[in-house]
Design a protein around this ligand. Structure first.
Ligand SMILES: Cc1cc2nc3c(=O)[nH]c(=O)nc-3n(C[C@H](O)[C@H](O)[C@H](O)COP(=O)(O)OP(=O)(O)OC[C@H]3O[C@@H](n4cnc5c(N)ncnc54)[C@H](O)[C@@H]3O)c2cc1C
Length: 409
């Protein structure tokens, strides 16, 4: 067997692996990504912030497969609201488009299933199911929730599973495109209609309950849950499943030791939040967009490795805790009496600290690592109660200078 060599091998070509590979290629590294597009088919929703991040990365093909913004309705704890819009993403189409974008940006992609990744001292050796072998100086672990687990989790939320089903809607019952998130007695759900005859239902529930449901009639179960919504039930009566139900683990988890001198976990492989926070792809992109500067520092300025790794670990932990608390706040809104075990467990996790400190207060300035020009470097930043890791720049301007100007006024 001959090796295909490169500087950096990326495992996984989802949003995180793609964004990190793109960033590293633009820093001049030869990057090779190995990934198999995930199955089964699933629909996800993304916000304007993700669209902006994709534009910033030059993922033009991926942007082309997004839907138009779709109105989002919420029925939570019995209260209805029409909050905002979201863009729908068919993940198989989206991930295929990300691969095309990567290739356009000079990243080599091999669509193959990774069997093993071994650190042989001065390089990583990766083998695939089709018997190919690749090697590189640095390894990016971006296989999402399926990433190998070489260290215990630092934090792990209540065990949760989401059951997803795609439905076909008869033409007489097609309604305008819309998304609805709702709470039910033992969990919460998300229903999409694309306005063209496809619906997607996703019910999140405690893992032990999902194990029972998997052995029963999923279709009847979903219909029963949705019929509890009465006239707000978004699934037309004539809809029928286009495929068997699939189950995805959606437990919030944060890995320990997410970086070493020659390996970095990014995206869901580093930390995966509860989809109720609705930001999974955004958070994956956030950790992935910081990764090129961290890896560049590890490879080019090894004397700064400890600082770069600490910066990355702190950033992931901070994001994870913030969004876990955002999810907890939604669970706390359920005031059924008695509240079911599902909500009881989740309304107290991860802790009782606020998700945002309001009003925000400036606590002072301090030296902290930041991303600057492709590296992690120490700069003086402004520390606030809500941003304990510090703010270095605000709209391109130095935050410390802005603070000093404000104090002079
Ligand atoms: C039920 C559920 C609903 C969600 N809904 C939303 C939503 O509506 N909006 C949102 O923003 N986020 C949502 N998320 C979160 C979102 O899916 C993830 O946060 C995001 O996809 C993570 O990106 P990633 O690149 O880190 O990992 P992934 O997207 O999981 O990408 C990992 C890639 O690696 C591949 N892979 C895995 N193992 C191997 C292997 N051995 N060899 C080769 N390739 C491999 C996978 O097939 C996949 O292509 C949801 C998550 C769940 C569980």
């Amino acid at each position: 067997m001959t090796d295909t060599r490169c500087d950096i091998v990326g495992l996984g070509t989802g949003p995180a692996g793609s964004a990190a590979a793109r960033g590293l290629a633009s820093l001049g590294y030869a990057v090779l990504c190995l990934g198999q597009i995930r199955s089964p088919e699933t629909i996800e929703g993304i916000s304007e912030r993700v669209v902006k991040a994709l534009q910033h990365q030059g993922f033009t093909r991926a942007l082309c497969v997004l839907s138009e913004p779709i109105p989002r309705h919420v029925l939570w704890n019995g209260a209805a609201s029409a909050a905002n819009t979201e863009y729908l993403v068919d993940r198989q189409q989206f991930d295929a488009a990300l691969i095309e974008d990567l290739q356009q940006h000079g990243v080599t992609v091999a669509q193959d299933w990774v069997s093993s990744a071994t650190d042989v001292g001065d390089a990583w050796q990766v083998t695939t199911q089709t018997g190919k072998r690749y090697s590189g100086q640095f390894l990016i672990e971006a296989r999402g929730r399926r990433a190998s687990s070489d260290a215990p989790c630092l934090r792990r939320g209540p065990e949760t599973v989401a059951m997803g089903v795609k439905w076909t809607i008869p033409s007489a019952e097609i309604r305008p495109a819309g998304v609805m998130a709702f709470s039910h007695s033992n969990g919460w759900g998300w229903v999409v209609q694309d306005g063209r005859g496809m619906a997607f239902t996703q019910l999140s529930m405690a893992a032990e309950r999902a194990a029972v449901k998997a052995s029963q009639d999923a279709e009847a179960f979903i219909r029963r849950m949705l019929s509890d919504l009465g006239t707000a039930n978004p699934l037309p009566g004539g809809a029928y499943p286009a495929e068997a139900a699939h189950y995805r683990g959606s437990t919030a988890l944060l890995h320990d030791a997410i970086g070493t001198r020659n390996k970095l976990r990014i995206g869901d492989a580093a930390m995966a939040v509860d989809p109720l926070s609705g930001n999974g792809i955004f958070q994956s992109l956030s950790s992935a967009m910081a990764a090129p500067a961290v890896i560049n520092t590890l490879l080019q300025r090894p004397q700064d490795s400890a600082m770069a790794l600490q910066f990355y670990q702190d950033r992931c932990e901070h994001l994870f805790e913030r969004f876990s608390r955002v999810g907890r706040d939604f669970y706390q809104q359920i005031d059924a009496d008695p509240v079911s075990d599902f909500f009881e467990q989740r309304r107290n996790w991860p802790d009782q600290q606020p998700s945002h400190v309001q009003p925000d207060r400036v606590l002072g300035t301090a030296e902290r690592p930041v991303i600057n020009d492709g590296f992690i470097e120490r700069k003086t930043v402004v520390i606030t109660a809500d941003q304990p890791l510090g703010v270095w720049r605000v709209n391109g301007q130095d935050a410390v200078e802005l603070l000093q100007a404000k104090q002079r006024d």
